[in-house]
Design a protein around this ligand. Structure first.
Ligand code: SAH
Length: 267
């Protein structure tokens, strides 16, 4: 295979460690029933490993056109492989992916981790409920952070409410070429509940507003949100301490707050 120079702006760090590759495949347990989505296949290391399994179909989404010759050669040899070109944050997934995937398995560009997961969560209700990602180690910490920790953030809250996040292992920089400057980690997300939660923009608006200024109390962050004047009264009615900070609250409290707010603003 011809050497392709890795580009920093595309977050290109190609996986070269065979053990890590085998672990990804094993953990994802992809098989006959699975339609798999891979974001950022690059030179196709993970793509090839996925195709060695008896999966029913593999969709890939890649931004860098230089990967076309390599991936098109693969696709010509295997009709289960469907290539999609462009920005994974902008693809019209329901329109473009048929059959629709139930698992995403990917060594993703680290700079799009949070928006990409928000985007793919929208399709939990279409059956995309299993995610296995290679991410920057700090991102894995945030995605799995429990309440009352500094790493807690809106997406981590959401994943905890919708399912379970497991940090599987750290992956050292030496497993990639070129080696990234950061450590990596494999993280698994399994969606089990509230499949359409993020389809309502109010859910993420509420969290982002609450976490906007981390040192402020919940009440100070929420003042005036959605035209609601009496946030102090509303929080008290819902049983939430207005002096709490967003990072203190458990997932079920967020759910309670969200459904009370929906009722209050007449949704
Ligand atoms: N999965 C490959 C490559 C990982 S590097 C491997 O493990 O070796 C990340 C890949 O994501 C690169 O191929 C890069 O071109 C691609 N990429 C970067 N930004 C992207 C985006 N917005 N949408 C789709 N692919 C993207």
């Amino acid at each position: 295979m011809e050497e392709i120079r890795a580009l920093h702006r595309f977050g290109q760090h190609f996986l070269v460690d065979r053990n890590v590759l085998a672990e990804i495949i094993e953990r994802s347990a992809v098989g006959q029933e699975d339609v798999v989505l891979e974001i950022g296949p690059g030179q196709g290391v993970l793509t090839r490993a996925l195709l060695k399994r008896e999966i029913s179909c593999l969709h890939t989404v890649e931004l860098d056109d230089r990967m076309k010759p390599g991936l098109e050669t693969l696709a010509a040899q295997d009709s289960r492989l469907r290539l999609h070109w462009g920005d994974a944050l902008r693809l019209d997934y329901p329109a473009d992916l048929s059959p629709f995937p139930n698992k995403v398995v990917a060594n993703i560009p680290y700079n799009i981790t949070t928006p990409l997961i928000w985007k793919l969560l929208l399709f939990a209700r279409l059956g995309l409920t299993y995610h296995l990602y290679m991410v920057q180690k700090e991102a894995a910490d945030r995605l799995s952070a429990p309440a009352d920790t500094r790493e807690r953030y809106p997406l981590g809250v959401t994943l905890g409410v919708m399912g379970a996040v497991t940090r599987i292992r750290k992956v050292p920089a030496s497993c990639f070429r070129p080696a990234p400057r950061v450590e990596s980690a494999l993280v698994e997300i399994v969606i089990q509940r509230h499949h359409d939660l993020t389809c309502d923009p109010l859910w993420s608006e509420l969290l982002h507003r609450a976490f906007a200024h981390r040192r402020k109390t919940l009440l100070n962050n929420m003042k005036g949100f959605h035209g609601l004047e009496d946030w102090a009264g509303f929080l008290a009615e819902t049983g939430v301490n207005p002096r709490a900070r967003a990072e203190d609250l458990e997932g079920d409290v967020w759910l309670e707050l969200y459904s009370s707010l929906r009722k209050r603003i007449g949704l």
